[in-house]
Design a protein around this ligand. Structure first.
Ligand SMILES: [Zn+2]
Length: 92
């Protein structure tokens, strides 16, 4: 297996782990449409490791940009304990 193939599989597995939902808005998307987002942005020292990568739709990904995820979620969707829990669990 070459590395680009394992990278592709890793990306797919992450999306499937979240049932192909955007972690921020909670909507389900097609695998090919979902993007992957760094919970802690690379610019803030976030690593490219599974616990810092989550599936996000393009809209949320762009809107979140380099904001802290809680700030982005609460200002955009209001407080949603379930969605926040899913993220907290993954990033711990
Ligand atoms: Zn979304």
């Amino acid at each position: 297996m070459n590395s680009s193939m394992s990278k592709k599989m890793w990306r797919k597995a992450l999306k499937e782990h979240f049932d192909c939902t955007c972690v921020y808005c909670g909507k389900t998307y097609d695998l090919s449409i979902l993007t992957l987002d760094h919970v802690i942005p690379r610019s803030a020292g976030g690593e490219t490791i599974a616990s810092n990568i989550v599936p996000a739709c393009e809209k949320c990904n762009q809107k979140k940009a380099s904001k802290p995820y809680l700030e982005f979620m609460r200002t955009t969707f209001g407080e949603n304990r379930l969605r926040e829990y899913v993220l907290e669990k993954h990033t711990q």
